[in-house]
Design a protein around this ligand. Structure first.
Ligand code: GLA
Length: 368
């Protein structure tokens, strides 16, 4: 009997450490209580068809899709490129029928794309550690045309309930940092459309590569190394990465000490660095950060993820932010488990942890 499989993968909010992952730096993202569920039943055919409530007519893709950006980048709608790239990388033995639903708001900067890919990889039979699954998903997104780093799929696969995941991208080692119980994470959508997101993101990656070709990987550089950068723009970009990595470590230490004031101050500094040095904020996002920081009980706030619009994360006292007051959407997010438990939790396979007989699925899908 061919069994249907179902895998759910969470979205994420990045507490601190943006534009550090593709620079061998460090970051502290958190898997959250919103996610994407993929369900798949093999039927022996040569086509994989996926339906979602966001796209009820469904997409059908060949089982033997080539891992070729010139083919993948022509697939429509755009989220089919991610699905196609995952199919091509995982290498599936049979076509079939699937459904995708998500509770992650699309385009809000909460990694709906990464969670879609991690869930799909699992449901199509990919196995391995969180790192293995994350590498596969990063490669899939890169082949579909966006030069992203590995942070989002890694925390979606390997996050832990109640914790942030301190990731060192130079060797992909991870340390779980407890989020204090008297802290709340609130994510507020700025409502700013992120039309330039992919071109500007690729431009920042290229600038960091240019700086790294002079002083080495930016995540491993220090203030003294920065003196080697004469070009003012490259210097600013590199300064962001170097200072951001220091802040990530300070926030991890402050959370371990329960010092929420100190952690919040680093978040605010991170925002200024992303706005001034890395230039990935907007006036609307800056105003939202200022507003949140003016509220009693908010320790700090910053733009989170790629930037160019998207969402702001606030670290606050429980109840300090009234989420109903934000027209574009705001929510309290709960640090949650990733899809793949780490080996030290006794579950290293996606399938072991998450594959379950499929029942009926209600809603939705799509990707950032
Ligand atoms: C996006 C990318 C990540 C990371 C962040 C910025 O979310 O997918 O790899 O680079 O932007 O920190």
């Amino acid at each position: 009997m061919i069994l249907a499989r179902r895998v759910t993968a969470p979205g994420r909010v990045n507490l601190i450490g943006d534009h550090t992952d593709y620079n061998q730096g460090v970051a502290l993202p958190v898997a959250i209580d919103l996610g994407t569920t993929a369900e798949f039943t093999p039927n022996g055919s040569s086509l994989l068809t996926f339906f979602s409530t966001h796209y009820p007519q469904g997409i059908s893709l060949r089982r033997d899709l080539p891992l070729d950006p010139s083919v993948l980048s022509t697939l429509e709608p755009p989220w089919a490129r991610l699905v196609g790239a995952v199919i091509a990388i995982v290498g599936v033995e049979s076509g079939g029928i699937g459904r995708i639903e998500t509770t992650i708001p699309i385009g809000a900067g909460l990694s709906s794309s990464a969670s879609l890919m991690v869930a799909l990889a699992g449901v199509l039979g990919a196995t391995g550690s969180a790192r293995t699954i994350a590498r596969l998903c990063q490669q899939a997104e890169n082949f579909s045309g966006v030069p992203v780093g590995i942070m989002d799929p890694l925390v979606s696969a390997g996050g832990r309930a109640g914790h942030g995941m301190l990731i060192d991208f130079s060797d992909l080692s991870t340390t779980y940092v407890p989020i204090p119980e008297d802290a709340q994470l609130v994510v507020v959508d700025s409502g700013v459309p992120r039309t330039l997101r992919f071109t500007e993101y690729a431009a920042r990656v290229a600038e960091c590569e240019a700086a790294a070709s002079i002083i080495g990987p930016l995540g491993l550089a220090d203030d003294a190394d920065l003196a080697g950068l004469r070009d003012k723009r490259l210097h600013r970009r590199a300064h962001h990465v170097v200072s951001e990595c220091a802040r990530v470590r300070q926030v991890a230490a402050a959370l371990a000490d329960g010092d929420l004031e100190a952690a919040g101050s680093r978040l605010v500094e991170s925002h200024r660095s992303l706005a001034d040095d890395f230039e990935v904020s907007t006036p609307e996002v800056d105003a939202l950060v200022d507003h949140l920081c003016s509220l009693d009980g908010v320790y700090g706030a910053r733009v989170t993820g790629a930037g160019f619009g998207g969402s702001v994360v606030a670290l606050c006292r429980p109840g300090a932010v009234d989420v109903r007051a934000f027209p574009a959407g705001a929510r309290i997010v709960v640090p949650s488990d990733g899809t793949v438990a780490d080996a030290d939790r006794g579950n290293s396979e996606v399938g072991q942890l998450s594959a379950a007989p499929a029942g009926s699925l209600g809603a939705v899908a799509g990707a950032d």
